[in-house]
Design a protein around this ligand. Structure first.
Ligand SMILES: [Zn+2]
Length: 248
């Protein structure tokens, strides 16, 4: 399947490169939103089995030797790239907000995007009543001087949502990247698009549950998606029957 919907950047990351461990790989799939802890644990166990199986296969003989397929993004830099994309696309935060977003993003799936952005606004010296009023924030609302200084002119119109939406957009991109890397590390790996919230996004609705070649998939939200934070997620699967047939 070669759908322009998924076309992303043009970074080189070989199939072999995807076997390296990435800084975010420890919490691989823990960040699939809306799943119970048990489901997440089961999924993680499934994923561990995938990764271990691959490790064993590599010990015997690497079946991917010579494979030159490349991912269309750079997994080594996806956290940075996802944050840059979210800040730039939404335009709600200044680029100088990046370190804050980097520090907050690992907490998002466990604590929730709104709770994490609230804690950021709560943490530290608060704006004066007058300054809050200028941002149309009620006097008992939270807005630290640090968080306020990170708002762009556009973000000042949505001061309570700016961090929340930026975190959400970036983290879902990172989550999709994890799925792509997991699927691409298996010879018969595949991803299907999922997404509980396809509101207003014709492309997300149209492509729901369709299989996507991991080497064609982009973790970034489709440019056509009208939502600030696209809710699209990828589910990883492996065609074990094909693997078995090949091994016979
Ligand atoms: Zn969408």
């Amino acid at each position: 399947m070669n759908c322009p919907l998924w076309a992303g950047g043009n970074f080189a990351a070989t199939r072999k490169a995807s076997h390296r461990s990435y800084p975010w790989q420890n919490d691989l799939f823990v960040s699939v939103s809306g799943q119970s802890t048990r489901e997440v644990a089961m999924f993680k166990a499934f994923l561990d089995s995938l990764l271990n199986a691959k490790k064993h296969a590599e010990h015997a003989a690497d079946p991917f030797t010579g494979v030159k397929e490349v991912l269309n993004f750079n997994p080594d830099n996806i956290v940075n790239d996802a944050i840059d994309e979210a800040i730039e696309h939404l335009g709600l935060l200044k680029p100088s907000a990046k370190p804050s977003i980097q520090a907050l993003i690992p907490r998002c799936m466990a604590e929730g995007f709104k709770a994490v952005s609230l804690s950021h606004r709560k943490d530290g010296e608060q704006l004066s009543k007058e300054e809050k009023k200028a941002l149309r924030i009620r006097s008992n609302g939270f807005m630290s001087k640090t968080a306020a200084s990170e708002l762009s002119e556009t973000g000042r119109l949505k001061p309570l949502e700016a961090h929340f939406l930026t975190l959400w957009r970036a983290d879902f991109t990172i989550d999709r990247a994890k799925s792509i890397v997991a699927a691409s590390s298996q010879e018969f790996g595949c991803i299907n698009q999922l997404g509980g919230h396809r509101d207003g996004c014709a492309l997300c609705a149209e492509n729901y549950d369709k299989a996507i070649d991991p080497f064609k998939a982009s973790p970034f939200p489709p440019v056509e998606c009208p939502n600030a934070a696209c809710g699209m997620m990828f589910r990883v699967s492996v065609d074990w029957v094909a693997v078995h047939k090949k091994q016979r």
